[in-house]
Ligand binder design. Sequence first.
Ligand code: HEM
Ligand SMILES: *[C@@H]1O[C@H](CO)[C@@H](O)[C@H](O)[C@H]1NC(C)=O
Ligand SMILES: *[C@@H]1O[C@H](CO)[C@@H](O)[C@H](O)[C@H]1NC(C)=O
Ligand SMILES: *[C@@H]1O[C@H](CO)[C@@H](O)[C@H](O)[C@H]1NC(C)=O
Length: 316
Amino acid sequence: MSRSQPVDRGLTKSATFLVFSVVPTDDSIRAVRGVVSSVPDITKNISIRDLDANLTCVVGIGSRVWDSITKLPRPAELHPFPEVRGAKQTAVSTPGDLLFHIRAERRDMCFEMERQLIDKLGDAVRLEDHTTGFRYLDARDLLGFVDGTANPVGGDVVDAVVVSESDNGINATSVGGSYVVVQKYLHDLKAWKMLSTKQQEAIIGRTKLDNIEIDDAEDGQQQAHKTLATIKDASGGEHAILRDNMPFGSPSTGEYGTYFIAYSRRLWVVEKMMERMFLGHPPGLHDRILDFSTAITGSTFFAPSLKSLEAIGDEK
Ligand code: HEM
Ligand SMILES: *[C@@H]1O[C@H](CO)[C@@H](O)[C@H](O)[C@H]1NC(C)=O
Ligand SMILES: *[C@@H]1O[C@H](CO)[C@@H](O)[C@H](O)[C@H]1NC(C)=O
Ligand SMILES: *[C@@H]1O[C@H](CO)[C@@H](O)[C@H](O)[C@H]1NC(C)=O
């Protein structure tokens, strides 16, 4: 099996999310090929300075530039993030050709990776968004709930996240890759804090202090976030995704947010979750997290296998 990029590493203390558009000139595309294919090398060069910091960087490539940058067959499901327009909130679709998901136990290692990437990318890209996330207490989001509990662990991670031979038939180059979806959310913490803990727990579907799952509501009733985000196939099997969400923000400017990032072997699973949250299931009963959270970005990428990523540098 083709080795994947470090998509399966867990949450670290620090993470940086960089989303760029690629300037559409031959020179820019050539420069971008050089940089993305050397990301494993750049990471290695920086991480050697403190191996315990577990520096990693995953590169995702968006639908719009896939064919010009890679020459690899298109991943079967890859397309731009589809806007989902709900009654209360819209899952917006925003520009993004390249994603760099940088993780480390040390903020300065993320900084150094970002610095070297920005230096090398130069004028070939335009910054769409940069977010620096941090671990908050016992891995809580800024709504105060532990985030990431239901993620797959151990051998289930690769099974949930990495495209395998059996998914793809002839498109062998997509094997070892992952779909990646990102959304940057801002929270209205003032309004959230007006709710009682019990009301907040009903919205999330877990207790706040000790993080215990609450029973699902009856069919047809308002469902909790954890229920709306559970996707089952016809035979009742659950399709897990891997979320590496990070809090970000700045109390002095009143900015409080969650950077949502999901890796999946199947893009449709994440999109289905999005529809259930924004449109509601049953329709009309949208996810109440969205009454307190606004998505200000939304982009989809594919993170090719290591071998495919390195091969991009050989394109002429
Ligand atoms: C404002 C943004 C969001 C916040 C603050 C948030 C927070 C949470 C929390 C606290 C949990 C429960 C603990 C856990 O299992 O991790 C959870 C579960 C989950 N969330 Fe979110 N989430 C957000 C957006 C999303 C989005 C956009 C998706 C997918 C499109 C999603 C998918 C999931 C899934 C799959 C679970 C696990 C459900 C289960 O199997 O129990 N979340 N989220
Ligand atoms: C990594 O470090 C080596 C040795 O210093 C250097 O030759 C190489 O160019 C560096 N690679 C990148 C991608 O920065
Ligand atoms: C680094 O990653 C390894 C393997 O995933 C893990 O065992 C170790 O605890 C991590 N180090 C730190 C400082 O978190
Ligand atoms: C293989 O890739 C092509 C595009 O290169 C796509 O049209 C086709 O649907 C893919 N086939 C499978 C089986 O995924």
